[in-house]
Design a protein around this ligand. Structure first.
Ligand code: OSB
Ligand code: MG
Length: 373
C-alpha cells in the first residue's frame, strides 16, 4: 500500500436524547473521523471515540488530534509504512493514546480491505452475516420513565437490555424494570461509580433482580473488588475500563476478576488488539463481546465488522443508527432486524458510504496531512 495523505476531521452530532452515566451527561457527541488515502485514490475511514471532555478515560478529541498531528504524522513521514502492520508498528513506541491509535488503525484496515475488494468483516476473520445486538440505556429521571424506555426498546426488537446504574440509581430502577418485564435479559453498567465497599449491596440487588451481568462497578484499578464480587455470584462480572492492554487483562484473569470482557477497539488501541484480547479472555473461560461508545456510522460499521468475528459470543452494545442520531452520516443507516440483529455489510471495507451532505453538515474542522510527495 502506498499511503498518500491522512485527514482528520472534527464532527458534532446531536443525540436523539441525552445519554447519562455515572460520569456525566452527553447531549451532542463531539468526535473525530480519520481517513487515509492511497496513491490509487482509495480512502479508508476510522472513528476516534474520545469525547470532548476526558470523562470516560483520559483521552479527549483535543488530545487525540494533537497526538495524530504532533506524533503520528511526523513519524509516518520519517518512516513510511507499507501496510496495516507497518502503521501499527509506527505507532507502537508511543504510550497510551489508544483511541487515537485505534481510529488510525481502523482507517488503514478499511483501506486495506477496500483495496483487496473484500469486506473488512471477512478480512478480520468474521463469519457471521448478522450480529446480535442489545441496547444500553442511560440514567433516566424516574424508575417509571426508565421502565417505559426499556419497554419501547423491547418493542423495537432489542432483547438484551443494559442499564446504567450508580449509587442511588440501582435497586429501585431495577425493581421497576423487573415488575414490568420479569423475564428479559438484563445487564447493568456502573462505569466505575461504586466504592470497593459496595460489594455486598451490589450483590444483593443484582441477585434479587436477576441481573445477568454487572459491568465495571468499581474503579479501574480495583481488580480485587471485582474478584470479590464475582466469587460465587449468580451473575458475570464484566470489565470495561479496567482492561486496556494484555497486561491489565492478564492481571484481571490471574485475580479471577473477569468473567466477561467488553471489547471496544478504541479503549485497547485498535480492532486487532481487541481480537487478541478477546481470544485471551476466552481461553481463560470468560466470554467476550463488542461494546460501544455512541459511535457514528463509521465507528458503528467497524464495530459490526469486529462483532462478526466468532470470538465474540454475547450481543454487542451496537444498536441501530436511530437509537443514537436523528441524522446518521451514512447513505444507508444501520437498521435493526426483527430478530434483534444488524446485518453485516458485504461491500468492500467497512461496506458503508458517507452521506456527503449529512457528513458536511456535521464537520466542524478538517485538516489534511500529506504523507508522501
Ligand atoms: O461504558 O459501555 C460504556 C457509552 C459511552 C461511554 C461508555 C459506555 C457507553 C455505553 C453505550 O454503554 C454503548 C453504545 O454505544 O450503545
Ligand atoms: Mg461500560
Amino acid at each position: 500500500m502506498r499511503y498518500r495523505s491522512l485527514c482528520v476531521e472534527q464532527l458534532e452530532l446531536p443525540l436523539v436524547e441525552p445519554f447519562e452515566t455515572s460520569f456525566g451527561v452527553e447531549l451532542r457527541r463531539q468526535f473525530l473521523l480519520v481517513s487515509v488515502a492511497s496513491s490509487e485514490g482509495l480512502v479508508g475511514w476510522g472513528e476516534c471515540v474520545a469525547t470532548r471532555d476526558p470523562l470516560y478515560n483520559e483521552e479527549s478529541t483535543a488530545s487525540a488530534w494533537a497526538f495524530v498531528q504532533e506524533n503520528v504524522v511526523p513519524r509516518w513521514r520519517r518512516h513510511p509504512p507499507m501496510s496495516v502492520d507497518g502503521v501499527r508498528r509506527l505507532m507502537q513506541p508511543f504510550r497510551g493514546n489508544r483511541m487515537a491509535k485505534s481510529a488510525i488503525e481502523q482507517a488503514a484496515l478499511d483501506l486495506e480491505a477496500r483495496a483487496s475488494r473484500r469486506s473488512l468483516a471477512s478480512w478480520l476473520g468474521g463469519r457471521r452475516r448478522r450480529i446480535e445486538v442489545g441496547v444500553s440505556v442511560g440514567i433516566q429521571s424516574t424508575p417509571t420513565a426508565l421502565a417505559r424506555r426499556v419497554g419501547a426498546y423491547l418493542e423495537e426488537g432489542y432483547h438484551r437490555i443494559k442499564v446504567k446504574v450508580m449509587p442511588g440509581w440501582d435497586a429501585r430502577p431495577l425493581a421497576a424494570i423487573r415488575r414490568a418485564y420479569p423475564a428479559i435479559e438484563l445487564w447493568v453498567d456502573a462505569n466505575q461509580g461504586y466504592p470497593a465497599t459496595a460489594v455486598t449491596s451490589i450483590r444483593a440487588w443484582a441477585e434479587r433482580y436477576e441481573v445477568r451481568q454487572v459491568e465495571q462497578p468499581f474503579p479501574e484499578r480495583a481488580l480485587a473488588a471485582h474478584a470479590a464480587l464475582a466469587r460465587n455470584a449468580s451473575f458475570r462480572v464484566c470489565l470495561d475500563e479496567s482492561v486496556v492492554d494484555a497486561d491489565s487483562l492478564e492481571e484481571a484473569i490471574r485475580l479471577r476478576a473477569v468473567q466477561s470482557l467488553n471489547v471496544k477497539a478504541g479503549r485497547v488501541g485498535g480492532p486487532l488488539e481487541g481480537i487478541a484480547l478477546a481470544r485471551r479472555a476466552t481461553r481463560s473461560g470468560a466470554v467476550a463481546w463488542v461494546g460501544g461508545m455512541l459511535e457514528s456510522g463509521i465507528g458503528r460499521a467497524h464495530s459490526v465488522a469486529l462483532a462478526s468475528h466468532p470470538v465474540f459470543s454475547l450481543p454487542g452494545d451496537i444498536s441501530a443508527s436511530r437509537r443514537y442520531y436523528r441524522e446518521e452520516i451514512l447513505e444507508r443507516p444501520f437498521v435493526l432486524n426483527a430478530d434483534g440483529t444488524l446485518d453485516v455489510p458485504t461491500g468492500a471495507g467497512i461496506g458503508v458510504e458517507l452521506d456527503r451532505r449529512a457528513h458536511r453538515r456535521a464537520v466542524r474542522r478538517r485538516r489534511t496531512y500529506a504523507l508522501a510527495p
